[in-house]
Design a protein around this ligand. Structure first.
Ligand code: CO8
Length: 261
């Protein structure tokens, strides 16, 4: 386990669990959290023992209640832009991480907290999860990717409604609009998230990594360019041991043993 000032990174049986740890401030994201998140993500990216990363918040009340309003309050325009750029750089690093990522959303995921969850590949929410982008009520706009990733996930109309009203969305509604992949009991959140992680880990790491790259990069392209990218990634995997093993195991009617190479 690596302990930072504002977060922890546990590693166990192939699963990394990154926990934002400022419970008294409902895990609000200040400059230090963002900087440490960046270091921790570098650590995950280069650690071949980690196959899936879970991102969560400490305690049961909040995943992350947003960017730290007390720290942001006195910023001027330049400092505001720099803070937003830092958040966007770190969340893009998370989005592009080699490994699949799952947000385990315990309680409030507001503002930067909702945006942190949006930068993960999959979101599992406890029944007490609450999402929202309350920035317009603070005289700003979502600044860590909310205006871009939310409409891509839930559609432009729903994203505009959520951002313009600043209203909170409870777990079941978040599931209905595609913001959550699954809703589970509060006490089962981490176990259920690990179960999903283990399902992913049964498959080839290079297959999941390639799929993630094709989906993420493909979403930035037109369909025909995206299909070319998919064929390139598909073809490149035929030069890997994982493809040989995966197909041999099918033909030999046994379980594949993938080695990430
Ligand atoms: N920032 C700083 N402190 C916070 C935050 C936050 N986002 N959220 C909670 N806290 C603190 C509270 O101030 C309080 O501290 P203290 O006891 O010292 O006053 C402590 O956490 C506990 O919170 P509450 O007493 O308020 O707990 P409640 O149960 O009454 O309410 C809520 C919980 C509803 C979650 C409430 O705390 C709340 O509304 N929080 C703010 C939510 C919010 O507006 N989030 C969006 C922030 S803006 C943002 O995220 C923009 C991202 C992009 C930034 C771009 C930069 C340019």
């Amino acid at each position: 386990m690596t302990t930072y000032n504002t977060l922890t990174l546990e590693k166990n049986e192939g699963i990394g669990i990154l926990t934002i740890n400022r419970p008294k401030m409902l895990n609000a994201l200040n400059q230090e959290v963002l900087e440490e998140l960046s270091f921790a993500l570098d650590e995950v990216e280069t650690d071949f023992s980690i196959r899936v990363l879970i991102v969560t918040g400490s305690g049961t009340k909040a995943f992350v209640a947003g960017a730290d309003i007390k720290e942001m309050k006195e910023k001027n325009a330049v400092e505001g832009r720099i803070f937003s750029s830092l958040g966007n750089a770190v969340f893009s690093k998370l989005e592009q991480l080699r490994q699949p990522t799952i947000a385990a959303v315990n309680g409030f995921a507001l503002g930067g907290g909702c945006e942190l969850a949006l930068a993960c590949d999959i979101r599992i929410g406890a029944e007490n999860a609450k999402f929202g982008q309350p920035e317009v009520g603070l005289g700003i706009v979502p600044g860590f990717g909310g205006t871009q990733r939310l409409p891509r996930l839930v559609g432009i109309g729903k994203a505009k409604e959520l951002i313009y009203t600043g209203a909170n969305v409870a777990a079941e509604e978040a599931y209905r609009i595609g913001l959550l992949n699954k809703v589970v009991a509060v006490e089962a959140l981490l176990e259920e998230t690990k179960t999903m992680a283990k399902k992913i880990m049964r498959n080839s790491p290079l297959g999941t990594e390639g799929s993630k790259k094709a989906i993420n990069q493909g979403m930035q392209m037109g369909l025909q360019q995206g299909l070319v990218l998919e064929s390139e990634i598909f073809g490149a995997l035929f030069a890997t041991e994982d493809q040989k093993e995966g197909m041999a195991a099918f033909v030999e009617k046994r379980k594949a043993q993938f080695e990430n190479k």
